[in-house]
Design a protein around this ligand. Structure first.
Ligand code: NAP
Ligand code: F7E
Length: 336
């Protein structure tokens, strides 16, 4: 190994963001240590193409297991740690509140303690995956949307746990001088987005309807508004945060908000399927105990301090997700 090479540890490496961040860091010449939990079925589809790279190393771990985190830190002495792992589905967090909270809260604390332990001899920088869900059902007071100073009003077990992890990261920064940053990321999607999140559910359904494999699409609340960007743009912001002289908090968002209806308009028009109302059925099973009605982020600080800019807006994002799903379904049909 090249001694000048930086080492980054990524938790949740096989998730959407973990896969894009690994690609970005490997392209920058890092050694990437990807942490993945053991599952009974193989779920490395997003990172299989990275496995032959000698600078990409994988280790098993679990957010609930501090000993494996400490062992990994002792073995690799990371320069940067990106904590991306979480049970990240908001609706599921109402069904699994204890599991979701325990992983996010204790997992974050275990990592911060591990950073604190190695930091006196070896400066290690830490990234925390905070979320726009932390703003909950409040509305921004500014027209430009929520900013780093907006009050946090979480309304799901997932969001409450993320607020804990956010405050704990700020506490370790203040108390121990750790270079720790919180990226308050608004919704970001991609062709690698999990299939039960609303955007991917819609693009997959449109592609299947187009190929005659699906007749209807069942959805819950269509009035919620989200500030949707592309995950590939957002992992660049994560890296930029850890290159700054000091740790800080940054909003990462496009600055545009759209309803689920508008996302449906975009995808079904692009797929040339006519009016989506022909296919979409309301299904109360997809309503949540509490809803986050409106998200719009003001990323002025990230733009000014980090020089970060998103390349994708909702339209370009929706089209790229549909194209990818359409191509995947078309090639599967050829195969069978
Ligand atoms: P994702 O695709 O759901 O990936 C989450 C990762 O965490 C997966 O690798 C998952 O492993 C792992 N994980 C879950 N529970 C775990 C546990 N107990 N122990 C170890 N690993 C565990 O999420 P993402 O979209 O990439 O998001 C990355 C991070 O950003 C998450 O913390 C999420 O909460 C946060 N965030 C996401 C968004 C967004 O819009 N995408 C916005 C703001 C914040 P398995 O594959 O085995 O489940
Ligand atoms: O829901 C509505 C649903 O599950 C978006 C996570 O990455 O972003 C994500 O959380 C909206 C909600 O994302 C369905 O009620 C309607 O209003 O795609 P979602 P999310 O809850 O915003 C934040 C920033 C994170 O941090 C999270 O980790 O869409 N909706 N019908 C539906 N949502 C789903 N999933 N399925 C439906 O059928």
């Amino acid at each position: 190994m090249n001694m000048d090479m930086k080492t980054a540890v990524i938790t949740g490496v096989n998730g959407q963001d973990g896969s894009y961040l690994s690609e970005l860091l490997l392209a920058k010449g890092y050694r990437v240590v990807g942490l993945k939990r053991r599952t009974s079925t193989i779920n490395t589809g997003r990172i299989d193409h990275l496995m032959p790279n000698p600078n990409f190393v994988m280790r098993y771990y679990d957010l609930h297991d501090a000993s494996c985190i400490n062992r990994t830190f002792d073995e690799f002495r990371p320069d940067e740690v990106y904590n991306l792992a979480a049970q990240s589905h908001v609706a599921v967090s109402f069904e699994l509140p204890e599991y979701t909270s325990d992983g996010i809260c204790r997992g974050t604390l275990n990592l911060l303690e591990a950073v604190r332990r190695v930091s006196p001899s070896h400066e290690c920088r830490y990234y925390q995956a905070s979320s726009s869900e932390m703003y909950g059902d409040s509305l921004p007071t500014e027209e430009t949307g929520f900013n780093e100073k907006s009050p946090l009003c979480p309304v799901s077990p997932y969001a409450v746990a993320k607020v804990y992890a956010h405050h704990m990261t700020q506490t370790y920064r203040k108390a121990y001088g750790i270079h720790a940053s919180c990226g308050i990321l608004f919704n970001h999607e991609s062709p690698r987005r999990g299939e039960t999140f609303v955007t991917r559910k819609i693009t997959m359904a449109a592609a299947k309807i187009r190929h005659g494999l699906q007749k209807e699409l069942r959805l819950g609340n269509l009035d919620a508004r989200r500030d949707w960007g592309h995950a590939k743009d957002y992992v660049e912001a994560m890296w930029l945060m850890l290159q700054q002289p000091k740790g800080d908090d940054y909003i990462v968002a496009t600055g545009q908000t759209h309803s689920i209806r508008e996302f449906l308009d975009e995808v079904f028009a692009y797929a040339d399927l006519g009016d989506w109302k022909q296919y979409v059925r309301f299904d109360a099973r997809f309503l949540r105990a509490n809803e986050v009605p409106f998200l719009l982020g003001d990323s002025t600080k990230a733009r000014q301090t980090l020089g970060w800019r998103p390349k994708y807006d909702m339209r370009k994002l929706a089209q790229s997700m549909y194209r990818s799903d359409q191509a995947m379904i078309a090639s599967a049909q050829v195969a069978y």
